[in-house]
Design a binder for this molecule. Structure first.
Ligand code: DOR
Ligand code: ZN
Length: 414
C-alpha cells in the first residue's frame, strides 16, 4: 500500500517547503516535486504536512485504571495528530519490575492501539538492579525510554526521597526523567507552591554532570533557568491555563504540579521562545468525573487530543513559529528519548505524518473528543488548526473523524 501526499506545505524543525511525499512500506520513500503513482492520493494543497507529534508523557492507565485504556487513549492521540506516545509507570501494578514491564507490553500488544508507543520505567528506593537491566548505561538496546523518578507523591504513590538513590540511578541510567517537586516542602505547604519545584530542581543540580536528566512539567521561567543543565519539558495546561480557572473548574483543574498565576504562565512562553524549553508533552492524566467530583479528588487533566490544536492555534497567532512547534513536539522528543527514525520528514524515516487544516476552526467540546473520561479543561475554546489526517507507520489511522484498524508498534531506542 503506497500513499502520495500531494502539494502540502511541509514543515520540519528546519524548514518550510512545498513538496509531494511518497510513502511506501511504512517509510517515507521520496520527497519530490514530481507526480508519483500511488494506491492512495491525498490532496494536501493549502494544508500543513508535518511529522506526527511525539507525546513523551502520557498516562493511558492500562493496566489497572478505569479512566483510559490503550484503545481510547490511542484514538484520542491520533485524532490529535499524535503518532507516538511514551507512557508513564504509575499503573496498578506499577511498572517497577521487569516482570511488570513485560506484562504491560503484552497488554498493549493485545489491545487495539492505533499509536506507536514507548514506556517509562518507575524508580523505587530499592529497584536499582532492575533499572540497570532496562535502561542501564551499557545496554545497546534499552527496553524503556527513561527511568522515571517521582520526588513527590502523586497519583500512584511512587516516591523516592533518598538522594543517594537518585544519584545512583542517574549514574547508572541512560536517561532519568523527574517529577521534581520536593515532598518535604509539600508536607509543610500542601498547596505545592513553586518553591517545592525550585527546591527539588536545586537538589538535582549536584548530579548534573553524572548523567542525563530531564525535568518534567516545568511551570515557570525561574525553574527553566535553574534547570539549565537538564532537559526540560512543559505541558499545554501550564502554557494555556492559569490558577484563576480553579474558581470555575474546581478539582477538574487540580493537577501536579499545580497551575500557576498568569505571570508564570506568560513566563513559560518567554522560556519557549528563548530556547529554555526542550519539548512539549501533554502529561495526559485523565480521571473519571466521579473521582474529580470528590472533595479529595485525584490530580491530573487530560490533554493528548488537544495539545496539537492548542499549539497550532498559538503558532498561527504567531506566539511561536511553526518550525519551533515541530522542533518542540516532534524533533526534540525523538532526539532526547532516542527514538529511531521518528520526528522528521526525511527519506527513510518512519511514515508518521499528520496533515493539519490550518483554516479549520472548531470549538473544543468533550463530546467530540475521544477520552473515556469525557471532560476537558479547554471546553468551549475556539481553536484553529486541527489534524484532518494522521498517518501511522505509512497507514491512515485517522481521517476526518473516522478511525481505521491499524496497529501501532513499540518504538526502537537508539
Ligand atoms: O497531576 C498529575 N497527575 N501529576 C502526576 O504527577 C501524576 C498524574 C496522574 O497520573 O494522574
Ligand atoms: Zn505525568
Amino acid at each position: 500500500m503506497s500513499i502520495l501526499i500531494k502539494n502540502g506545505i511541509v514543515i520540519t524543525h528546519k524548514e518550510i517547503f512545498n513538496a509531494n511525499i511518497f510513502i511506501k512500506n511504512g517509510k517515507i520513500h521520496s520527497i519530490t516535486k514530481d507526480e508519483v503513482k500511488a494506491d492512495i492520493i491525498i490532496n494536501a494543497e493549502d494544508k500543513i504536512v508535518m511529522p506526527g507529534v511525539i507525546d513523551a508523557h502520557v498516562h493511558f492507565r492500562q493496566p489497572g485504571g478505569k479512566s483510559e485504556d490503550w484503545e481510547s487513549g490511542s484514538k484520542a492521540a491520533v485524532a490529535g495528530g499524535v503518532t507516538t506516545v511514551i507512557d508513564m509507570p504509575n499503573n496498578i501494578p506499577p511498572t517497577i519490575t521487569i516482570n511488570n514491564l513485560i506484562k504491560k507490553k503484552e497488554i498493549i500488544e493485545k489491545s487495539n492501539t492505533l499509536v506507536n508507543y514507548g514506556l517509562h520505567f518507575g524508580v523505587t528506593e530499592d529497584n536499582l538492579e532492575e533499572v540497570k537491566k532496562v535502561i542501564g548505561r551499557d545496554l545497546k538496546r534499552p527496553l524503556v525510554a527513561s527511568a522515571k523518578i517521582f520526588m513527590a507523591k502523586s497519583t500512584g504513590n511512587l516516591l523516592v526521597r533518598n538522594l543517594n538513590v537518585i544519584e545512583n540511578v542517574v549514574r547508572s541510567s541512560k536517561l532519568v526523567t523527574v517529577h521534581a517537586e520536593d515532598e518535604e516542602i509539600i508536607e509543610k505547604f500542601p498547596s505545592r507552591p513553586k518553591l517545592a519545584a525550585i527546591s527539588a530542581i536545586s537538589k538535582l543540580l549536584p548530579f548534573a554532570n553524572l548523567g542525563k536528566i530531564c525535568i518534567l512539567h516545568i511551570t515557570s521561567i525561574e525553574e527553566a533557568k535553574l534547570a539549565s543543565p537538564f532537559y526540560k519539558e512543559v505541558t499545554p495546561h501550564h502554557l494555556f491555563l492559569n490558577s484563576s480557572i480553579l474558581s470555575k473548574l474546581g478539582n477538574y483543574a487540580k493537577v501536579n504540579p499545580p497551575l500557576r498565576d498568569e505571570k508564570d504562565r506568560l513566563s513559560l512562553w518567554e522560556a519557549l521562545n528563548n530556547n529554555l524549553i526542550d519539548y512539549i508533552a501533554s502529561d495526559h492524566a485523565p480521571h473519571l468525573k466521579e473521582d474529580k467530583e470528590k472533595e479529595d479528588a485525584p490530580s491530573g487533566v487530560p490533554g493528548v487530543e488537544t495539545m496539537l490544536p492548542l499549539m497550532m492555534n498559538a503558532a498561527l497567532n504567531k506566539l511561536i513559529s511553526l518550525q519551533k512547534l515541530v522542533e518542540l513536539m516532534c524533533y526534540n522528543p525523538s532526539r532526547i528519548f532516542g527514538l529511531k527514525n521518528k520526528g522528521v520528514i526525511e527519506v527513510g524515516a518512519d511514515a508518521d505524518i499528520v496533515i493539519v487544516d490550518r483554516k479549520l476552526e472548531r470549538k473544543v467540546s468533550a463530546d467530540e473528543l475521544h477520552y473515556k473520561c469525557k471532560w476537558t479543561p479547554y471546553e468551549g475554546m475556539y481553536l484553529k488548526g486541527w489534524p484532518v489526517i494522521t498517518i501511522v507507520n505509512g497507514k491512515i489511522a485517522y481521517k476526518d473523524g473516522e478511525f481505521f484498524q491499524i496497529k501501532g508498534n513499540e518504538v526502537i531506542y537508539e
